[in-house]
Design a protein. Structure first.
Length: 200
């Protein structure tokens, strides 16, 4: 219990300083153990999920977000860290400590978690959160791990462009499907009880 209190206090202090000066703070990442790192990820994502559900006035959304969001975010963070770990080994011939990479990925994603809270009201704000995350990742990788800025910028920029294109494609597909469904309903023949629909 004592360790949990210490961890939560350290997480709170680190996040408070980070949110005040994210670019400066991400240049000097804390050397947390895995226990504190995972706890920080769970606490931040549970809190953002809670606020998102409260804003939408949905008990189901609160429960769903507080349970599912931390799990999905942890999986995504581990996969992202693995991707960067092997990418930097291959293209810059440098091995970066995996835990340090995970720390950078977590802190860079904090703005994204914050923007997710209001995503239901304005979905494109997701891209703004991703843009902040991309910038912070570039700063973190270059300043903490002394990786080539050109390589990192191209890598993160390319990933961001892929996310944007994927988002726009999903938006277009969803919008087109919805319009097609509404048009189908409008063109459907009127049906009255006891009568067959009139053929065109």
């Amino acid at each position: 219990m004592l360790n949990l209190k210490i961890d939560l206090r350290e997480i709170f202090l680190a996040l408070r300083n980070y949110l005040k000066h994210p670019v400066q703070e991400i240049r000097k990442l804390p050397t947390w153990e895995w226990r504190r790192l995972i706890l920080a990820q769970v606490v931040v994502t549970m809190f953002s999920g809670l606020l998102s559900g409260v804003i939408h006035h949905s008990l189901f959304a609160i429960f769903f977000n507080m349970i599912l969001t931390p799990i999905l975010s942890l999986i995504t963070a581990f996969i992202s860290s693995l991707f960067f770990f092997y990418t930097f080994q291959i293209f810059s011939e440098k091995t970066v400590e995996f835990r340090s990479l995970f720390t950078a990925v977590f802190f860079a994603n904090v703005p994204f978690f914050i923007f997710q809270i209001v995503m239901g009201y304005f979905p494109p704000i997701l891209l703004v959160g991703l843009a902040f995350t991309a910038i912070l990742l570039i700063v973190a990788f270059v300043d903490n791990f002394q990786l080539p800025r050109k390589l990192v910028s191209r890598l993160i920029g390319g990933i961001y462009v892929i996310f944007v294109l994927t988002y726009l494609l999903a938006w277009y597909t969803t919008s087109h499907s919805t319009d097609h469904w509404h048009q189908t309903l409008e063109d459907a023949p009127a049906v009255q009880l006891g009568n067959e629909p009139k053929a065109h």
